[in-house]
Design a protein around this ligand. Structure first.
Ligand code: MLC
Ligand code: AMP
Length: 516
């Protein structure tokens, strides 16, 4: 019996002493060494009683060991649940509880904070630190370097990725082996990846982009990755001469363009630059071409669907568009009210169907039914149109969502925290243009009659409750929020009012202030 995900991404490299990970200290981990490490981790998990179908919640820094844990889960049939390293204990409690994770793997620094959460739920705890040390690694060190792969099928679950919800409650998107494999195979072929490719990898590995797009493509083709812990422009510039390709969110490209050392010569040998997870401004696309002669290849995806569309590898990569539906993926633009397909060229909600589309939200049948139609089309919540040449344009969102530096923030989640603070009557959280992050979180607060709001106190509360990237980068206090005749807060009007809030100094947020 086989295990398609493990066999096709990992197992095929057994015994191969070709490089897999080039690390910042100049060392290299081969495919074979990586697999031996992952087999040891699989034994350690199995020894702890974690087996096929169990979930493990993982909040750890990017490291070869962290990636090997993903491989170990694939080999042992365990459902991998990676979590943003920025999440607070308050946020993690929900994910661990909701997923029923049998084990929590975290950095030692988080262990004490998370222990009560894990204990209350009966989840085991192990640690894996940024330097690869920790109790999981210790347990693995004593184990054999081969592991009997647990049989799985393409429709077995491989991973849960939590995506925030419009009501403030996150939903666990269930992804099967087949979902991940179909996308990896399609993209590797479409973008002409081979075992000669060296991918410059500075994305986090707890989201679709860094894990399932970048890593799975490298694995399926047998290429290697320059595996950097995070985005650091000095490191990107240092390592670029050794790379053939790079993937990043738009902030990667704007930061590179802001650096004079990023020259045509530095980028000349590169084969491919890919952007996604947030809109790449046409202006950035054009500036990049002007500077380097390369056209960034923009693609469009989401947690629930992996990748849906891509600009062509050979052919015109059109600025401001996300290209064509991937082979095997159907895309239609529909009327949000009726669900009827709209004529070509009209703007409506984007729906997609294909082997990439997830199975639904974990234990949330109503939410699944609301977004995933019975005929298999998933309602993305993005608004777009298809032009006469077939290019898809994303023109907006039908969901109240902010995308900041490629991270999603649902305003409701932030508003719930702000509304809870002393002196706050209500709040509205909006996304406004930001030179570095594309969009940034901006909070508009209204005080209770006769009361004052302590903005420092509000910030302190946000620090406890929410990951840093979700915090308003600036807040204002106003007398009242603009509402329509139905009493609904007019966020469009607020976005218009505060659209220049971050346009003053490059990247530096305007100070919190009272708006008279
Ligand atoms: C960091 N900060 C952010 C932020 N990242 N704030 C808002 N949005 C973000 N994305 C905060 C930090 O906590 C810090 O706060 C301050 O901003 C400055 O931090 P920094 O050092 O400049 O940030 P940096 O570490 O360089 O990170 C920026 C980034 C990173 C853009 C490189 O956010 C990143 O790697 N984003 C990629 C996200 C991603 O992979 N998305 C894919 C999702 S999958 P303070 O106050 O402490 O100073 C998906 C599907 C698809 O969407 O299609 O791919
Ligand atoms: P996530 O939930 O983190 O997977 O984010 C998915 C969302 O990111 C999509 O629904 C889009 O709104 C947005 N997105 C991803 N890629 C692009 C892109 N190339 N252009 C515009 N928006 C994008």
């Amino acid at each position: 019996m086989s295990n398609p995900l493990y066999d096709r991404l990992f197992g095929r490299h057994a015994g191969q002493t070709t490089p897999f990970l080039h690390l910042p200290d100049g060392t290299t981990l081969t495919h074979d060494a990586f697999l031996r490490l992952s087999a040891q981790l699989a034994h350690a998990l199995s020894h702890a009683g974690i087996g096929a179908g169990d979930r493990i919640a993982v909040q750890i820094h990017k490291s070869p060991e962290a990636l090997a844990l993903y491989a170990a889960c694939a080999q042992a049939g365990i459902v991998f649940l990676p979590l943003n390293t920025g999440y607070t204990v308050d946020e993690l409690r929900y994910f661990i509880e909701n997923s029923g994770a049998a084990m929590v793997v975290c950095d030692a620094a988080q262990q004490e904070g998370l222990r009560p959460v894990a204990e209350a739920l009966g989840s085991q705890m192990m640690t894996l630190n940024a330097d690869g040390s920790g109790s999981l690694r210790d347990a693995a060190a004593r184990q054999p370097e081969t592991f009997d792969t647990v049989p799985r099928q393409t429709d077995d679950l491989a991973a849960f990725l939590y995506t925030s919800g419009t009501t403030g409650r996150s939903k666990g998107a269930m992804l099967t082996q087949g979902n991940l494999l179909s996308n990896a195979e399609t993209l590797a072929a479409l973008w002409a990846f081979t075992d000669k490719d060296v991918l410059l990898h500075a994305l986090p590995i707890f989201h679709t982009h860094g894990l399932f797009v970048a890593t799975n493509i490298s694995l399926i083709t047998g290429g290697s990755m320059i595996f950097l812990p995070k985005l650091d422009i000095d490191a990107l510039i240092k390592w670029m001469p050794s790379a053939t390709s790079m993937m990043g969110v738009p902030t990667f490209y704007t930061r590179l363009l802001d650096d004079d050392r990023f020259t045509r010569e530095l980028a000349q040998h590169m084969r491919l630059f890919v952007s996604g997870s947030a809109p790449l401004l046409a202006e950035t696309h054009l500036q990049f071409e002007d500077r380097t002669g390369h056209r960034i290849l923009e693609r469009y995806g989401m947690t629930e669907t992996n990748m849906n569309t891509s600009n062509p590898y050979d052919g015109e990569r059109r600025a401001g568009t996300v290209g064509f539906p991937l082979p095997g993926v159907e895309l239609k633009v529909t009327d949000a009210e009726t669900g009827a397909e709209l004529p070509q060229g009209e703007v409506g909600q984007i729906e997609v169907r294909g082997p990439n589309v997830f199975q639904g939200y974990w234990q949330m049948p109503e939410k699944t039914a609301a977004e995933l139609r019975e005929d298999g089309f998933f309602i993305t919540g993005d608004l777009g149109r298809v032009d006469a040449d077939g290019y898809v344009h994303i023109v907006g969102r039908n969901k109240d969502l902010i995308i900041s530096g490629g991270y999603n923030i649902y305003p409701k989640e932030v508003e719930l925290v702000l509304d809870d603070q002393p002196g706050v009557l209500e709040s509205a959280v909006i996304g406004v243009p930001h030179p570095d992050f594309g969009e940034a979180v901006f909070g508009v607060l209204v005080a209770q009659p006769g009361e004052a709001i302590d903005l420092d106190g509000v910030e302190a509360a946000a620090r406890k409750a929410l990951a840093r990237f979700k915090h308003p980068k600036s807040m204002v206090i106003v007398d009242q929020l603009p509402r329509n005749t139905m009493g609904k807060v007019q966020k469009i009007a607020l976005r218009e009012t505060y659209k220049a809030a971050f346009q003053t100094g490059a990247g530096s947020p305007a100070p919190a202030k009272r708006d008279q």
